[in-house]
Design a protein around this ligand. Structure first.
Ligand code: ATP
Ligand code: MG
Length: 184
């Protein structure tokens, strides 16, 4: 978890490479469907490009269709609402699986805005414009931030400072992951 531009994708790619987990990055999946022009892509394009969250039902369906075997998964960018978190809990229970831990990348807002503006020049993502960045931050504050206490109450939230060297942040995350993997 983390606000837009926190570095979820960057750190997730490092983790799946190291541990050979399956990476489910909902933002990447949506952008791919938009690029291909699938019916789901067409349904979500305007929302994604304006920085709004996609409706829970569609997101849950998308994630459920990818959680197919008994492996280990890294969810990147999901859940982003309480509804999604509750649906995930039900889904995992149904599959006899569990959520081992929730990593939260903490980054101050001023830094997020700078990073996203820099990315807009480098990658040209349709949702990295100044106006859209504000919408994404608003969506984050209103709908995603409340998840922190939800997972804190369950005792599975791990906060990681997302400022500074990418490798150093990766090392901090790896330490948490090693602890989680070695506990019964
Ligand atoms: P980061 O830079 O840390 O990877 P990001 O904000 O760029 O984060 P993505 O995860 O790539 O985010 O998501 C991009 C967009 O895709 C979101 O703004 C939203 O429109 C849509 N999206 C992705 N995941 C979800 C979700 N779980 N629920 C609703 N909408 C989602
Ligand atoms: Mg991302």
């Amino acid at each position: 978890m983390g606000p837009p531009g926190a570095g979820k994708g960057t750190q997730a790619r490092k983790l799946v490479e190291k541990y050979h987990w399956t990476h489910i990055a909902t933002g990447d999946l949506l952008r791919e469907e938009i690029r291909l022009g699938t019916s789901r892509g067409q349904a979500v394009q305007a929302l994604v490009e304006s920085g709004k969250l996609v409706p829970d039902e569609l997101m849950i369906e998308l994630v459920e269709s990818r959680l197919t075997d008994g492996g280990t998964y890294l969810l990147d960018g999901f859940p982003r609402t309480l509804g999604q978190a509750q649906a995930l809990e039900e889904l995992l229970t149904r599959k006899g699986a569990q959520l081992t831990g929730v990593l939260f990348l903490e980054v101050p807002e001023a830094e997020l805005i700078q990073r996203l503006l820099r990315r807009s020049h480098a990658e040209g993502r349709a949702d990295d414009t100044p106006h859209t960045i504000q919408t994404r931050l608003q969506e984050y504050r209103a709908k995603t931030a409340p998840l922190l206490s939800y997972y804190e109450e369950r005792g599975i939230l791990y906060r990681v400072p997302g400022l500074g060297d990418v490798e150093e942040i990766g090392n901090q995350i790896a330490k948490i992951v090693e602890t989680l993997l070695s506990s019964p």
